[in-house]
Ligand binder design. Structure first.
Ligand code: PLP
Length: 370
């Protein structure tokens, strides 16, 4: 490692997670979700690795992300699902991207802005109260879709929804959403449309609820080797894809009673050695984890101490004979004794998703297995 701070993305681990997850939903097609720059892992290399590992579909949130996949050379099935009004849909349809309509207005905007026939999937809100047609919006969307399909402007290729509590398998909302979804599929048929691909499962549901695997599963976080939530019981052996590490920019021996970093929120209790790591909240290191996270140096866990700053953070090396330039691993698969991204999430009171998607700033990304 020659740089100050880097995120190493292990594409072998990613491909192996994708293959194992796909095998855990054997009857369903597999969508690798690569939105948000592949959860901070880098869109283009991760997308290629997903296809190599057999992903049938790639999923992204926004139309621009779908176009970025095409610009990166991906030619396979892609679905996007989140757009504010006013979009020109023609470039997406020409690029062979499937798009999602969550309301009659959105469907009409899609149908009206394309020359050929747009391939559209219909999103129903079955109880997340987020994106998707809810209540009376749903029959309106179905009617608009039936009209546009009859006029040759769209082809309905799927119907789908998203779960609110999949990471809590026993939560009653899961059964309720599954039932509401089955009913919504019947309503698609009753509107004279073929539902096409029916899908409902994210990573957590893929791992814990085979009754919602249906025709396709949409897996994001688990493909990156991060648990969708704490304590989920499942058989798939996932390996963390990203390792975040930096090199000690400085080391100093300080006496007991030395207060550390802004606000002097932490004070050494004994003579010790402090290490300075050139990573901070400008890189997306969560400031809320200040004083509660750990890192690994030379195979040993040591605590991060005091407030995490914009560009740097301090670790208490104790009696470790560490020197400037030594590697400090913040999180990764655990091979060098380092914590997991989930441990940083716990320290900051958040979820593993936020730990990896926020990374940026001056971190350089490098790839293994590309
Ligand atoms: C992000 C997202 C997913 C993937 O969720 P994970 O929990 O990361 O597996 C699936 N479907 C939709 C609609 C999403 O927005």
């Amino acid at each position: 490692m020659t740089v100050q701070a880097e995120a190493v993305v292990d594409l072998d681990a990613y491909r192996s997670n994708v293959a194992d997850l796909a095998a855990a939903a054997p009857g369903a097609a597999f969508m690798a979700v690569v939105k948000a720059d592949a959860y901070g892992h880098g869109l283009a290399p991760v997308a290629r690795a997903a296809r190599d590992a057999g992903a049938d579909w790639l999923g992204v949130a926004t139309p621009d992300e779908a176009l970025a996949l095409r610009a990166a050379g991906d030619v396979g099935p892609v679905l996007c699902w989140l757009s504010a009004p006013g979009r020109d849909w023609a470039p997406l349809v020409e690029a062979g991207v499937e798009v999602t309509a969550s309301s009659a207005q959105q469907l009409e905007e899609i149908a009206g802005s394309v020359r050929g026939r747009a391939r559209v999937q219909l999103k129903v809100d079955t109880g997340l109260a987020r994106n998707g047609a809810f209540g009376a919006q749903w029959p309106e969307l179905l009617a608009a879709a039936a009209r546009a399909q009859a006029a040759g402007r769209v082809e309905v290729t799927g119907v789908w929804s998203h779960l609110a509590c999949a990471d809590e398998p026993a939560h009653p909302a899961n059964d309720a959403q599954e039932q509401r979804f089955a009913q919504a599929v019947e309503e698609v048929r009753a509107a004279g449309l073929d539902p096409g691909l029916r899908h409902l499962a994210n990573s957590a549901a893929l791992l814990t609820r085979s009754s919602v695997h249906l025709d396709l599963v949409r897996a994001g976080i688990a493909t990156y080797g991060i648990a969708p939530g704490p304590g989920l019981d499942h058989d798939v052996d996932l390996r963390a894809v990203m390792t975040l590490r930096g090199r000690l920019a400085g080391v100093k021996d300080v006496p007991a009673g030395t207060a550390v970093s802004y606000g002097h929120t932490w004070t050494t209790e004994r003579d010790t050695r402090l290490g300075l790591v050139p990573l901070g909240y400008a890189e997306g290191i969560l400031r809320a984890a200040s004083g509660r996270a750990q890192v690994a140096v030379a195979g040993r866990r040591v605590p991060q101490v005091g407030r995490i700053c914009m560009d740097q953070l301090v670790v208490d090396l104790g009696d470790l004979p560490a020197r400037p330039g030594d590697v400090v691993t913040l999180f990764g698969p655990g091979d060098e004794g380092e914590p997991a991204a989930e441990d940083w999430a716990d320290a900051a009171g958040t979820i593993g998703y936020e730990v990896v998607t926020r990374l940026g700033g001056r971190i350089e990304r490098s790839y293994r297995g590309d």
